[in-house]
Design a protein around this ligand. Structure first.
Ligand code: BES
Ligand code: ZN
Ligand code: ZN
Length: 506
């Protein structure tokens, strides 16, 4: 549900909201002091109006204001609101856009948990740390909206307990125009991320390559983007032998999707983005373990992020040309499916011995990248749930980034910082390429090294050529096995904000 924001200059104590939200910061020292209410957000004033009740509660219960902790206090007189929610914001030095997203999601969850319809709070007009009120507002809105994300498409609607929170009253002393714009932007981002989450969470039988293509067409129509979809025959005719090979075992036919955005003025540069679109990865004849194979519906998270990015472009309007490509297929088993050891000619002409049918992502990306190169992009980026090994390299929250151009990698990592999407670079170690060359074909698709995330990137690199390129392995970051703050369980919508920040930086 979309939350609505109303800006006003009223007195916080006079607002008849279900909950008034105030902040509490952590004080430096021995850690044994209660947290401190703020003057600037009306907390101290409310405390005064309530005869010091809030400070007493903080001291009695040793609430120290650590980030994302909270305290609810029921109020029955003296102020118009029914309840006060005190949110710990930690020490000022730890405040960041992402901590505000986390705080925002916490507020939504508490409000819905208490069945509150309206909340109110102060947006301080001054800069806090280096963060302007608009930046803080946008991050809070993103967190509040995403914290309320649910995937209930398959739930029986009559049994659903609907979220209650609808309105947020923002008391703001400054000129509200910029802050109001920030709430619109925050809502836009949150809804784009929710859209990608929906696609990732949707089961493979409903989210087929054809459905991805239909979504792409809808996005193109609404945003006046270029859109071309190739069907299975056209994919084969285009020479995408590797994509064709992987699609052989599937009953649902493959699609190759191309979406294009151009700025009004002449584009500064051309950027191609490729998103892995395996709508279900069974592993093919290198069949995956059946334990949690259901999660392999997420193997199109790169495609989902790309669709969401393309959907945002007509509003964000960056000054670069962006072509998005999605090779979309299922990876299944069947009498027609390829067998381990089969040799396939890629679109580039290189032959590939498919030693492992479960290393299918790099195959379809190789053909897509070769296709994308025909438009002579200045930069190529691919986003892919490519290797389970990224979990062992970097754990649950990081996206691995590899590539052939340090400047590009640094620029993307820098864009990821304010997006709150941790990234870490792994080396494109050429030594490990040798394992791919031990083959009856030009290369095999498996390699030999334990460094599977690096190997995946090395294989793709063989098809990239001289174009500047960055590979984002989102196999862990695109999916939360359990809830992490505003990242609800399931698809996370990783890399949408990072890439939008990156594109907007030109
Ligand atoms: N889609 C998987 C990678 C994956 C694993 C994504 C877990 C999300 C969660 C990919 O196609 C794959 O199976 N990769 C193999 C490569 C190996 C066979 C070289 C892997 O990582 O095990
Ligand atoms: Zn696989
Ligand atoms: Zn896969």
């Amino acid at each position: 549900m979309r939350l609505t924001y109303k800006f006003s200059k009223e007195d916080l104590s006079k607002i008849p909201a279900d909950i008034v939200v105030i902040q509490c910061k952590k004080v430096l020292g021995d850690g044994k002091k209660p947290g401190q209410l703020l003057k600037s957000d009306g907390g101290m004033l409310l405390d005064k109006a309530l005869g010091g009740l809030l400070t007493r509660v903080l001291a009695d219960e040793m609430f120290d204001g650590s980030q994302c902790t909270s305290k609810i206090i029921d109020i029955h007189s003296k102020i118009a609101a029914k309840k006060i929610l005190i949110v710990g914001i930690g020490e000022e030095k730890d405040l960041s856009l992402d901590s505000l997203r986390l705080i925002g999601s916490k507020i939504t969850k508490i409000a819905n948990g208490l069945r509150a319809k309206s909340i109110a709070g102060v947006l301080q007009p001054e800069k806090i740390k280096n963060l302007s009120p608009s930046d803080r507002m946008q991050a809070l809105v993103e967190g509040m909206q995403l914290g309320g994300y649910r995937f209930d498409l398959y739930k029986n609607k009559k049994d659903l307990e609907k979220p209650t929170l609808q309105t947020i009253k923002v008391i703001f002393g400054g000129n509200p125009a910029a802050a109001e714009k920030a709430t619109k932007l925050g809502t836009l981002f949150a809804e784009a991320i929710s859209y990608a989450r929906d696609l990732v969470n949707m089961p493979g039988h409903d989210l087929t390559p054809e459905v991805l293509a239909i979504e792409a067409k809808k996005i193109a129509k609404a945003g006046h983007l270029f859109c071309k979809v190739l069907n299975e025959k056209e994919i084969e005719k285009d020479g995408m032998g590797l994509l064709t090979a992987i699609s052989k075992g599937a009953a649902n036919p493959p699609r190759f999707i191309h979406l294009g955005y151009k700025p009004k003025k002449k584009a500064k540069i051309k950027i191609a983005i490729v998103g892995k679109g395996i709508t279900f990865d069974s592993g093919g004849y290198n069949l995956k373990s059946t334990i949690h194979m259901e999660n392999m519906k997420q193997d199109m998270a790169g495609a989902a992020a790309l669709l969401s990015i393309m959907k945002l472009l007509p509003t964000i309007r960056p000054s670069v040309q962006i072509d998005g490509y999605i090779p979309a297929t299922e990876n299944m088993i069947d009498g027609k499916a390829h067998k381990p050891g089969d040799v396939i000619r890629s679109r580039s002409g290189k032959t590939v011995e498919i030693l492992n049918l479960d290393a299918e992502g790099r195959l379809i990306l190789a053909d897509a990248i070769d296709h994308a190169k025909e438009n002579s992009p200045d930069i190529m980026i691919d986003m892919a749930t490519l290797t389970g090994g990224v979990r062992y390299a970097l754990g649950e929250i990081y996206t691995a980034i590899l590539g052939n151009d340090q400047g590009l990698i640094d620029k993307i990592i820098s864009a990821s910082k304010s997006a709150g999407e941790p990234m870490w670079q792994l080396p494109l170690e050429k030594e490990y390429l040798k394992g791919f060359k031990e083959s009856i074909a030009d290369l095999n698709n498996n390699g030999k090294s334990y460094a599977s995330t690096i190997c995946g990137a090395l294989f793709i690199n063989e098809f990239v050529g001289k174009t500047k390129w960055a590979h984002l392995d989102i196999a862990e970051s695109a999916w939360a096995r359990e809830e992490r703050g505003y990242r609800t369980k399931g698809g996370t919508g990783a890399m949408i904000q990072t890439i939008i920040n990156f594109l907007a930086s030109y």
